[in-house]
Design a protein around this ligand. Sequence first.
Ligand SMILES: C[S@@+](CC[C@H](N)C(=O)[O-])C[C@H]1O[C@@H](n2cnc3c(N)ncnc32)[C@H](O)[C@@H]1O
Length: 381
Amino acid sequence: MGDVLACLRGWHPALAAAELSALLPNAELASTPAVRWLRVSRSTHEERRAALAVASGLQCFLDEGRVVSVSETDEEAWFASAIAYVEAHPVEGSFAVRGWSQGGKISGWSLSRLSRRLGGALHERGYTVDLEHPERVLALIGDGQAQHLAWGWMEGDGQAAFSNGERRAGERPFFKPVSLDPMLARLAVNVATGPVDAGPVVDPMTGTGGFLIEAALSNRPSLGIDLNSEMAHGAEANLVWACDGPVDHARVVRGDATRLADLLPEAWHGAVAGFVLDPPYGRNSHGNMESLSLLEACLRSARGVAAPTAGFVLILPVHPIQPHPETAVPLNTEFSLLHGDWEGVRTLIEATGWTLQSAHVERVHRSLSRLILHARCAPQD
Ligand SMILES: C[S@@+](CC[C@H](N)C(=O)[O-])C[C@H]1O[C@@H](n2cnc3c(N)ncnc32)[C@H](O)[C@@H]1O
């Protein structure tokens, strides 16, 4: 159970860190000088492999990965440390060194040259180079924002399983402008629910099925619900399309998000591990409830079927915060929601038996952001 260095994707490191923490609930995460790298202790190889298989914001883990500031080293000193690392962590099989930059380049350091130099030195020490299909990859990452280098043997092949490009929302058979981006939808499912074996996921207002598809592709038992039959049929078509055919573990029903106990299988009562919520905005055009009342009734209904450790992720449109926050935003911030008031949302979350854990803001465009709220079941008396 040695330490590993988790390397996060550049898109939204704070959200990616929240996802990692949800997927590895028993691990301890510690920050490093670079926001995209976290030191992870107390996790097993199997737990990390399971996290890598479903994560949206996780790039790879480096086995006891090293981190150094470029202002505190030079190429010769770095090279000696890299060789010392490999000698302390011998591996079997063929290898390749792969270098890449994130958050901008580090001036004066060429990662491709360093990778070639390190690869050559290992080759001389008897390691077999295989640039096409290496059994192990020695990663060398330069973080331009933090001006730090990290290196270490990657776990697995180092390629995060999640690839947005394969299934953009606009390519699905049923598309509406409300469709969520798969990368955010996947992350929300993971933050809300935790590890894949935690239990079922419910997307009570599924629309075109953005969350549901990601839950299904992660092999999570999942149910999408929508009051509107066009949406329910469209989400079903999208689900079948994304999964290359019908799957047993995920389905869509037409129904009311405020009556979840009537819609869920008996075995799911008290066992749902995660809810993912992207409610309609403003006046609800598909039901007859005003949106805050709908949210309140839905959260109450969700609490009634939730597992004791369940979570939810709720996404709400919000006016941008200046400057754009790259870390979690304190919960006492006065968010300026596009619809409804923040105090009202906060109050109803607590009144329905949930406790807010964190808030993050994601930029959509200059005049629109998304508030991403994570809550957990509040203990019952
Ligand atoms: C913002 S959209 C969800 C978009 C979705 N995340 C996606 O990726 O397409 C909200 C959905 O809530 C549905 N809805 C509204 N009231 C509902 C209710 N009482 N029960 C279930 N669904 C409802 C609407 O039909 C709409 O499809």
